[in-house]
Design a protein. Structure first.
Lengths: 198, 179
Protein backbone atom coordinates (compact mmCIF):
# COMPACT_ATOMS: atom_id res chain seq x y z
CA UNK A 1 0.00 0.00 0.00
CA UNK A 2 1.01 3.62 0.09
CA UNK A 3 3.04 3.03 3.22
CA UNK A 4 5.36 0.56 1.51
CA UNK A 5 6.49 2.71 -1.39
CA UNK A 6 9.10 5.28 -0.30
CA UNK A 7 7.88 8.08 -2.61
CA UNK A 8 4.27 7.68 -1.58
CA UNK A 9 5.26 7.33 2.06
CA UNK A 10 7.14 10.61 1.79
CA UNK A 11 4.15 12.34 0.20
CA UNK A 12 1.75 11.01 2.84
CA UNK A 13 4.09 11.84 5.68
CA UNK A 14 4.80 15.30 4.31
CA UNK A 15 1.08 15.86 3.94
CA UNK A 16 0.54 14.82 7.56
CA UNK A 17 3.25 17.14 8.86
CA UNK A 18 1.77 20.01 6.88
CA UNK A 19 -1.63 19.31 8.45
CA UNK A 20 -3.22 18.17 5.21
CA UNK A 21 -4.46 14.72 6.18
CA UNK A 22 -8.01 14.63 7.51
CA UNK A 23 -10.44 12.21 9.09
CA UNK A 24 -9.85 8.57 8.24
CA UNK A 25 -6.59 9.19 6.38
CA UNK A 26 -5.24 11.07 9.37
CA UNK A 27 -6.36 8.42 11.86
CA UNK A 28 -4.84 5.74 9.66
CA UNK A 29 -1.56 7.62 9.51
CA UNK A 30 -1.45 8.03 13.28
CA UNK A 31 -2.00 4.31 13.69
CA UNK A 32 0.79 3.50 11.24
CA UNK A 33 3.02 6.01 13.04
CA UNK A 34 2.46 4.12 16.27
CA UNK A 35 3.16 0.78 14.59
CA UNK A 36 6.02 1.45 12.21
CA UNK A 37 9.55 2.72 12.79
CA UNK A 38 9.82 3.51 9.06
CA UNK A 39 6.80 5.81 9.20
CA UNK A 40 8.13 7.45 12.38
CA UNK A 41 11.49 8.07 10.74
CA UNK A 42 9.82 9.59 7.67
CA UNK A 43 7.70 11.93 9.77
CA UNK A 44 10.64 12.99 11.94
CA UNK A 45 12.67 13.68 8.81
CA UNK A 46 10.01 16.08 7.49
CA UNK A 47 9.63 17.74 10.89
CA UNK A 48 13.37 18.35 11.06
CA UNK A 49 13.56 19.49 7.43
CA UNK A 50 10.75 22.03 7.77
CA UNK A 51 12.18 23.44 10.95
CA UNK A 52 14.14 26.24 9.25
CA UNK A 53 10.82 27.82 8.26
CA UNK A 54 10.51 28.65 11.92
CA UNK A 55 13.02 31.48 12.43
CA UNK A 56 11.16 33.56 9.87
CA UNK A 57 8.36 34.07 12.39
CA UNK A 58 8.79 36.99 14.80
CA UNK A 59 9.11 35.60 18.35
CA UNK A 60 6.29 36.68 20.69
CA UNK A 61 6.45 36.92 24.50
CA UNK A 62 3.53 35.28 26.29
CA UNK A 63 1.67 36.90 29.18
CA UNK A 64 2.73 36.02 32.72
CA UNK A 65 -0.35 33.91 33.41
CA UNK A 66 0.72 31.26 30.90
CA UNK A 67 3.63 30.00 32.99
CA UNK A 68 1.59 30.29 36.19
CA UNK A 69 -1.07 28.03 34.70
CA UNK A 70 1.46 25.52 33.39
CA UNK A 71 3.21 25.36 36.77
CA UNK A 72 -0.06 24.72 38.52
CA UNK A 73 -1.09 22.01 36.06
CA UNK A 74 2.17 20.11 36.33
CA UNK A 75 2.04 20.33 40.13
CA UNK A 76 -1.26 18.56 39.91
CA UNK A 77 0.29 15.86 37.75
CA UNK A 78 3.17 15.36 40.17
CA UNK A 79 0.88 15.21 43.22
CA UNK A 80 -2.44 13.77 42.19
CA UNK A 81 -5.05 14.28 44.92
CA UNK A 82 -5.61 10.56 45.56
CA UNK A 83 -2.07 9.82 46.70
CA UNK A 84 -0.07 11.65 49.32
CA UNK A 85 3.27 10.61 47.91
CA UNK A 86 4.49 10.19 44.38
CA UNK A 87 3.99 6.66 43.14
CA UNK A 88 7.09 4.96 41.87
CA UNK A 89 6.10 3.76 38.43
CA UNK A 90 3.87 0.75 38.88
CA UNK A 91 4.23 0.20 35.16
CA UNK A 92 7.92 -0.70 35.38
CA UNK A 93 7.23 -3.91 33.47
CA UNK A 94 5.61 -1.81 30.74
CA UNK A 95 8.91 0.01 30.41
CA UNK A 96 10.47 -3.35 29.69
CA UNK A 97 8.10 -3.52 26.75
CA UNK A 98 5.98 -6.38 27.97
CA UNK A 99 2.32 -5.98 28.79
CA UNK A 100 0.98 -8.64 31.12
CA UNK A 101 -2.59 -7.87 31.99
CA UNK A 102 -3.94 -11.34 32.52
CA UNK A 103 -4.77 -10.79 36.19
CA UNK A 104 -6.31 -7.35 35.78
CA UNK A 105 -8.18 -7.87 32.55
CA UNK A 106 -8.84 -11.59 32.70
CA UNK A 107 -10.29 -11.59 36.17
CA UNK A 108 -12.30 -8.44 35.66
CA UNK A 109 -13.65 -9.41 32.30
CA UNK A 110 -14.25 -12.98 33.36
CA UNK A 111 -16.29 -11.77 36.28
CA UNK A 112 -18.26 -9.17 34.40
CA UNK A 113 -18.73 -10.58 30.95
CA UNK A 114 -19.18 -14.01 29.45
CA UNK A 115 -16.15 -15.64 27.82
CA UNK A 116 -15.88 -14.46 24.25
CA UNK A 117 -16.37 -17.89 22.73
CA UNK A 118 -19.73 -18.11 24.46
CA UNK A 119 -20.89 -14.96 22.74
CA UNK A 120 -22.82 -15.66 19.61
CA UNK A 121 -22.03 -12.90 17.24
CA UNK A 122 -22.27 -12.49 13.55
CA UNK A 123 -20.02 -11.06 12.21
CA UNK A 124 -17.37 -12.45 14.59
CA UNK A 125 -16.02 -10.03 17.19
CA UNK A 126 -12.84 -9.49 19.16
CA UNK A 127 -11.88 -7.62 22.30
CA UNK A 128 -9.48 -4.73 21.67
CA UNK A 129 -7.43 -3.06 24.40
CA UNK A 130 -6.68 0.67 24.31
CA UNK A 131 -4.77 3.12 26.46
CA UNK A 132 -6.79 6.27 27.09
CA UNK A 133 -4.49 9.30 27.47
CA UNK A 134 -5.23 11.63 30.33
CA UNK A 135 -4.70 14.64 28.07
CA UNK A 136 -7.89 13.93 26.23
CA UNK A 137 -6.32 12.69 23.02
CA UNK A 138 -7.70 9.71 21.16
CA UNK A 139 -7.11 6.26 22.69
CA UNK A 140 -4.20 4.26 21.32
CA UNK A 141 -4.78 0.62 20.50
CA UNK A 142 -2.51 -1.75 22.40
CA UNK A 143 -3.74 -4.73 20.42
CA UNK A 144 -6.36 -7.41 20.36
CA UNK A 145 -7.01 -9.65 23.33
CA UNK A 146 -6.94 -13.31 22.46
CA UNK A 147 -9.84 -15.54 23.44
CA UNK A 148 -8.36 -16.57 26.76
CA UNK A 149 -7.98 -12.87 27.62
CA UNK A 150 -4.36 -13.31 28.63
CA UNK A 151 -2.08 -10.95 26.81
CA UNK A 152 1.67 -10.65 26.90
CA UNK A 153 3.28 -8.71 24.13
CA UNK A 154 6.02 -6.29 23.25
CA UNK A 155 4.77 -2.76 22.83
CA UNK A 156 6.06 -0.33 20.25
CA UNK A 157 7.68 2.86 21.50
CA UNK A 158 4.52 4.79 20.73
CA UNK A 159 2.34 2.23 22.50
CA UNK A 160 4.58 2.36 25.57
CA UNK A 161 4.35 6.11 25.45
CA UNK A 162 0.57 5.90 25.24
CA UNK A 163 0.45 3.48 28.16
CA UNK A 164 2.60 5.75 30.31
CA UNK A 165 0.48 8.75 29.42
CA UNK A 166 -2.81 7.00 30.05
CA UNK A 167 -5.07 7.37 33.02
CA UNK A 168 -7.41 4.61 31.81
CA UNK A 169 -7.36 1.35 29.94
CA UNK A 170 -10.40 0.45 27.91
CA UNK A 171 -11.62 -2.74 26.30
CA UNK A 172 -14.02 -2.41 23.40
CA UNK A 173 -15.79 -4.98 21.27
CA UNK A 174 -14.56 -4.73 17.70
CA UNK A 175 -14.89 -6.60 14.44
CA UNK A 176 -12.52 -9.53 14.10
CA UNK A 177 -9.12 -8.09 13.23
CA UNK A 178 -9.66 -5.00 15.32
CA UNK A 179 -11.00 -1.54 14.69
CA UNK A 180 -10.28 -0.32 11.19
CA UNK A 181 -10.41 3.31 12.15
CA UNK A 182 -7.83 3.21 14.93
CA UNK A 183 -10.51 4.23 17.44
CA UNK A 184 -13.07 2.15 19.31
CA UNK A 185 -16.04 1.59 17.04
CA UNK A 186 -17.84 -0.96 19.15
CA UNK A 187 -19.20 -0.67 22.68
CA UNK A 188 -16.66 -0.03 25.41
CA UNK A 189 -17.15 -2.95 27.76
CA UNK A 190 -14.66 -2.24 30.46
CA UNK A 191 -12.66 0.71 31.71
CA UNK A 192 -9.94 0.52 34.34
CA UNK A 193 -8.45 3.57 36.01
CA UNK A 194 -4.71 3.54 36.00
CA UNK A 195 -2.49 5.42 38.39
CA UNK A 196 1.06 6.16 37.43
CA UNK A 197 3.78 8.67 37.99
CA UNK A 198 2.45 10.84 35.16
CA UNK B 1 13.72 41.24 17.48
CA UNK B 2 15.49 37.95 17.05
CA UNK B 3 16.61 35.55 19.73
CA UNK B 4 19.79 33.49 19.58
CA UNK B 5 19.03 29.95 18.48
CA UNK B 6 18.81 27.84 21.67
CA UNK B 7 21.67 25.38 21.90
CA UNK B 8 20.49 21.87 21.08
CA UNK B 9 22.67 20.23 23.75
CA UNK B 10 21.28 22.59 26.37
CA UNK B 11 17.74 21.76 25.32
CA UNK B 12 18.47 18.03 25.47
CA UNK B 13 19.87 18.37 28.97
CA UNK B 14 16.81 20.32 30.07
CA UNK B 15 14.50 17.67 28.59
CA UNK B 16 16.36 14.95 30.43
CA UNK B 17 15.85 16.84 33.70
CA UNK B 18 12.17 17.29 32.87
CA UNK B 19 11.93 13.53 32.41
CA UNK B 20 13.19 13.25 35.99
CA UNK B 21 10.39 15.51 37.17
CA UNK B 22 12.60 18.58 37.63
CA UNK B 23 10.09 21.38 37.14
CA UNK B 24 12.79 24.02 37.31
CA UNK B 25 14.14 22.51 34.08
CA UNK B 26 10.75 22.96 32.42
CA UNK B 27 10.79 26.59 33.45
CA UNK B 28 14.26 27.06 31.98
CA UNK B 29 13.14 25.32 28.80
CA UNK B 30 10.07 27.54 28.71
CA UNK B 31 12.15 30.71 28.87
CA UNK B 32 14.36 29.55 26.03
CA UNK B 33 11.75 28.42 23.52
CA UNK B 34 8.37 29.90 24.40
CA UNK B 35 8.67 33.01 22.20
CA UNK B 36 9.14 30.88 19.12
CA UNK B 37 6.45 28.38 20.08
CA UNK B 38 3.97 31.17 20.74
CA UNK B 39 4.79 32.66 17.33
CA UNK B 40 4.06 29.28 15.72
CA UNK B 41 0.77 28.95 17.62
CA UNK B 42 -0.32 32.50 16.85
CA UNK B 43 0.13 31.92 13.15
CA UNK B 44 -1.95 28.78 13.34
CA UNK B 45 -4.63 29.84 15.83
CA UNK B 46 -4.85 33.53 15.04
CA UNK B 47 -6.00 34.90 18.42
CA UNK B 48 -3.83 35.50 21.45
CA UNK B 49 -6.26 33.74 23.80
CA UNK B 50 -6.39 30.56 21.77
CA UNK B 51 -2.65 30.56 21.21
CA UNK B 52 -1.88 31.04 24.91
CA UNK B 53 -4.36 28.33 25.93
CA UNK B 54 -2.75 25.98 23.43
CA UNK B 55 0.67 27.00 24.75
CA UNK B 56 -0.28 25.67 28.18
CA UNK B 57 -1.41 22.35 26.67
CA UNK B 58 1.82 22.16 24.72
CA UNK B 59 4.08 22.60 27.75
CA UNK B 60 2.09 20.15 29.82
CA UNK B 61 2.50 17.69 26.95
CA UNK B 62 6.23 18.41 26.77
CA UNK B 63 6.42 17.75 30.51
CA UNK B 64 4.63 14.42 30.17
CA UNK B 65 6.53 13.29 27.09
CA UNK B 66 10.01 14.56 27.92
CA UNK B 67 11.20 11.00 28.54
CA UNK B 68 10.12 9.95 25.06
CA UNK B 69 12.30 12.34 23.11
CA UNK B 70 14.58 10.27 20.92
CA UNK B 71 18.02 11.81 21.30
CA UNK B 72 19.30 10.60 17.96
CA UNK B 73 16.95 13.01 16.18
CA UNK B 74 19.23 15.84 17.21
CA UNK B 75 16.71 18.67 16.90
CA UNK B 76 14.96 19.27 20.18
CA UNK B 77 13.38 22.44 18.83
CA UNK B 78 11.88 20.53 15.88
CA UNK B 79 10.32 18.10 18.36
CA UNK B 80 8.94 20.94 20.48
CA UNK B 81 7.61 22.78 17.42
CA UNK B 82 5.93 19.60 16.19
CA UNK B 83 4.11 19.18 19.50
CA UNK B 84 2.90 22.77 19.19
CA UNK B 85 1.87 22.44 15.55
CA UNK B 86 -0.09 19.21 15.95
CA UNK B 87 -1.87 20.61 18.99
CA UNK B 88 -2.83 23.70 17.01
CA UNK B 89 -3.99 21.62 14.04
CA UNK B 90 -6.18 19.54 16.39
CA UNK B 91 -7.68 22.74 17.79
CA UNK B 92 -8.21 24.20 14.32
CA UNK B 93 -10.16 21.07 13.42
CA UNK B 94 -12.17 20.73 16.60
CA UNK B 95 -13.00 24.39 16.79
CA UNK B 96 -13.80 24.43 13.07
CA UNK B 97 -11.70 27.52 12.85
CA UNK B 98 -12.57 29.59 9.85
CA UNK B 99 -10.23 32.18 8.48
CA UNK B 100 -11.58 35.24 6.68
CA UNK B 101 -9.85 35.31 3.35
CA UNK B 102 -8.48 38.78 3.88
CA UNK B 103 -6.91 37.76 7.20
CA UNK B 104 -4.48 35.33 5.63
CA UNK B 105 -1.06 36.80 6.09
CA UNK B 106 1.66 36.54 3.55
CA UNK B 107 3.87 33.57 4.39
CA UNK B 108 7.19 34.46 5.93
CA UNK B 109 9.37 32.73 3.35
CA UNK B 110 12.99 32.42 4.41
CA UNK B 111 15.21 34.45 2.16
CA UNK B 112 18.51 32.88 1.18
CA UNK B 113 20.93 34.37 3.67
CA UNK B 114 24.67 33.71 3.72
CA UNK B 115 24.71 33.27 7.49
CA UNK B 116 22.04 30.53 7.50
CA UNK B 117 22.90 27.16 8.98
CA UNK B 118 23.56 24.27 6.65
CA UNK B 119 20.14 22.76 7.19
CA UNK B 120 18.51 26.10 6.63
CA UNK B 121 20.43 26.66 3.40
CA UNK B 122 19.39 23.21 2.16
CA UNK B 123 15.73 23.95 2.68
CA UNK B 124 16.05 27.40 1.18
CA UNK B 125 17.92 26.06 -1.84
CA UNK B 126 15.39 23.28 -2.34
CA UNK B 127 12.40 25.58 -1.92
CA UNK B 128 13.83 27.74 -4.71
CA UNK B 129 13.46 24.77 -7.06
CA UNK B 130 9.70 24.77 -6.60
CA UNK B 131 7.37 27.03 -8.53
CA UNK B 132 6.33 30.19 -6.70
CA UNK B 133 2.84 28.79 -6.18
CA UNK B 134 4.08 25.46 -4.85
CA UNK B 135 6.44 27.20 -2.46
CA UNK B 136 3.72 29.58 -1.33
CA UNK B 137 1.27 26.72 -0.67
CA UNK B 138 3.77 24.68 1.25
CA UNK B 139 4.91 27.53 3.49
CA UNK B 140 1.31 28.67 4.09
CA UNK B 141 0.38 25.12 5.09
CA UNK B 142 3.31 24.73 7.45
CA UNK B 143 3.19 28.13 9.09
CA UNK B 144 -0.55 28.77 9.12
CA UNK B 145 -2.10 25.35 8.78
CA UNK B 146 -4.05 26.52 5.77
CA UNK B 147 -5.94 23.77 4.06
CA UNK B 148 -5.69 23.19 0.37
CA UNK B 149 -9.34 24.26 -0.06
CA UNK B 150 -8.52 27.63 1.39
CA UNK B 151 -5.34 27.96 -0.60
CA UNK B 152 -7.28 27.16 -3.77
CA UNK B 153 -9.86 29.78 -2.83
CA UNK B 154 -7.31 32.50 -2.18
CA UNK B 155 -5.09 31.81 -5.18
CA UNK B 156 -7.93 31.10 -7.56
CA UNK B 157 -6.39 27.83 -8.70
CA UNK B 158 -8.61 24.76 -8.99
CA UNK B 159 -8.36 22.46 -5.96
CA UNK B 160 -7.18 19.56 -8.11
CA UNK B 161 -4.29 21.65 -9.39
CA UNK B 162 -3.37 22.73 -5.87
CA UNK B 163 -3.39 19.13 -4.63
CA UNK B 164 -1.34 17.63 -7.43
CA UNK B 165 1.05 20.56 -7.25
CA UNK B 166 1.43 19.94 -3.54
CA UNK B 167 2.20 16.25 -4.05
CA UNK B 168 4.81 17.05 -6.70
CA UNK B 169 6.29 19.72 -4.46
CA UNK B 170 6.80 17.29 -1.58
CA UNK B 171 8.41 14.75 -3.88
CA UNK B 172 10.68 17.34 -5.43
CA UNK B 173 11.62 18.71 -2.03
CA UNK B 174 12.44 15.29 -0.60
CA UNK B 175 14.64 14.39 -3.59
CA UNK B 176 16.45 17.71 -3.42
CA UNK B 177 17.01 17.47 0.33
CA UNK B 178 18.49 14.03 -0.10
CA UNK B 179 20.92 15.06 -2.78
Amino acid sequence: MNYQQPDLLDQLTGAYVLGRLRGRARARFERRYAQSAVVRAARHRWEDDFMPLLPSLEPVMPSERVWTEIASRIRHIENPPQSSRRSTRPWRWALAGMLALSLLVGVSIGLLYPPLQAVQSDPPKAYELSAVPRNGQAPVSLGLLPRNLTIQRALSAAQRAALLGANRLAVSLEPLGGSKTGHATGPVLYVADVSSAG
Amino acid sequence: MSLPEPDNDELEALLARCASQDSRALEDLYKKVVPQLLAVLLRLLRTRDRAEDALQDVFVRIWRQAGQYEARRGWVLAWLVSIARYRAIDLQRSQKQSVPLDAIEEPAVPAVRPESSLTQRSLERCLELLSGDQRHCLVLAYQQGLTQDLIAATTGHPLGTVKSGARRALLSLRRCLES
